[in-house]
Ligand binder design. Structure first.
Ligand code: SF4
Length: 352
């Protein structure tokens, strides 16, 4: 999907990506230092968001299966696969994310899709991460100065997202679903930060007119990979609870921003070891006064093992639910969620 600048609507030609050259769409498979892509004058597209918000995600799954991908692969992997024809190049996280995605990259490469790898270093050292970022900077033909300029434009947007998060857990003015959608989109700012920020400002204005809700419902955290269930937040709310912590989406916003260009990606917990991730979940569980956790997993995902670890280490009621293909919460999961939320409501009432 190669576009020349003159073909792009003026609204995308904002302060975030003005370069006198061909603008490429760069697919990303998870959160990476996206300021590097903006600094290079190109436009990122989070393939996960493109898949789940597409008109017919199941059709993409069918296309993947038709091309030979096994049903025993997680829904995200199958859904992302056909989207390679929407982008010029794909950045895949080779270390720190998903081993299935690395294997998928081999298929893409075999089909002549340009793929570049990005590593979050296993040891979480600043030096290695900096080298990794430098490799990406070099690949996209930009430099630290340009990256810094991008950061100066993206960070204020991230801070507004942090405010949305605060308004969710502290003032109950933002729903768990709204929080999930806004925060998750910070992986690529929908490919157009200027437009994204405008919509964000309008949303914040609308929220400022809402009255804070009384907080009697059980407060839940949603931990684990982004859910493929299209109505999970809505369902939880209908069943009488509220998700006030979307762990992964919260991490995508880089909660610990500093002036340094590398550090926030060192403090971003998702790609690193489980113990490091646990520390933040523990802190947020306490800070947000959570009553319970939903540990979300995808069928056939290796990250399921991490949930076993969290269950062992966290002294808080939890329920594990498992997604498969995109679609609404299935009946069995709904019944289990109902039981879990009822139990938490009773506990909450009795401990008053
Ligand atoms: S859910 Fe698991 S297997 Fe699927 S893409 Fe994410 S990390 Fe990979």
């Amino acid at each position: 999907m190669r576009l020349t600048l003159k073909k792009i609507h003026l609204s995308t030609l904002n302060k975030y990506s003005i370069r006198n050259k061909t603008l490429k769409t760069i697919g990303i498979t998870s959160t990476i230092p996206v300021e590097i892509i903006y600094a290079s004058g190109n436009r990122p597209m989070d393939l996960n968001n493109a898949f789940i918000t597409s008109q017919n995600p199941m059709e993409l799954i069918r296309q993947a299966e038709h091309s030979g991908l096994s049903r025993n692969l997680c829904g995200w992997i199958r859904g992302l696969y056909p989207l390679s024809n929407k982008v010029d190049e794909i950045v895949v996280i080779a270390a720190g994310d998903c081993s299935n995605m690395v294997a998928l990259a081999d298929l893409w490469k075999d089909e002549k899709v340009p793929v570049i790898f990005f590593d979050y270093p296993h040891q979480r050292t600043r030096n290695e991460l900096k080298i990794s970022m430098e490799r990406l900077i070099k690949h996209f033909g930009t430099d630290w100065n340009e990256v810094k300029k991008s950061r100066l434009l993206l960070d204020p947007i991230r801070r507004k997202l942090h405010e949305i998060d605060r308004l969710t857990w502290q003032e109950s003015k933002v729903s768990g679903e709204e929080n999930h959608i806004w925060l998750l989109n910070s992986s690529d700012f929908n490919g157009n930060p200027g437009k994204f920020e405008k919509a964000l400002d309008a949303f914040l204005k609308k929220v400022s007119e809402r009255t804070p809700q009384e907080n009697k419902k059980p407060r839940l955290g949603l931990i684990g990979v982004p859910t493929i269930m299209t109505d999970l937040h809505k369902k939880v709310s209908q069943l009488g609870a509220k998700i006030v912590y979307n762990e992964v989406a919260h991490q995508f916003t880089l909660p610990e921003l500093t002036d340094d260009l590398v550090d926030p990606y060192l403090k971003y917990t998702y790609p690193y070891d489980t113990q490091f991730r646990l520390q933040t979940i523990r802190t947020e569980t306490k800070r947000r006064n959570l009553d319970g956790l939903i540990l979300y997993v995808e069928n056939f995902c290796y990250k399921n093992i991490q949930n076993t670890y969290f269950r062992r280490k966290l002294a808080i009621p939890s329920i594990e639910i498992e997604g498969g293909n995109p679609g609404p919460v299935d009946d069995r999961t709904q019944i289990r969620l109902e039981g879990f939320i009822q139990m938490l409501s009773l506990r909450k009432r009795n401990t008053k």
